[in-house]
Design a binder for this molecule. Sequence first.
Ligand code: SF4
Length: 63
Amino acid sequence: MRTPYVDQNACIGCGLCVTNVPQVFRLTDHDKAEVFDPGGESEDTIQREAMDVCPVSCIYWQE
Ligand code: SF4
């Protein structure tokens, strides 16, 4: 299973990934997205609803 992770240095805290895939992503106290449940959604959904729409493309797969 591939694990998604967020490069928090690049994240601008727009919240899009959290809104689209709340089973996997949440915002930290510092308004950066983080992965709290990598298996909370299918890889397909994470790819389409979070990675592909992140305005700064800062969500990656970790093999
Ligand atoms: S969509 Fe990208 S920039 Fe927006 S909160 Fe998620 S990781 Fe951060």
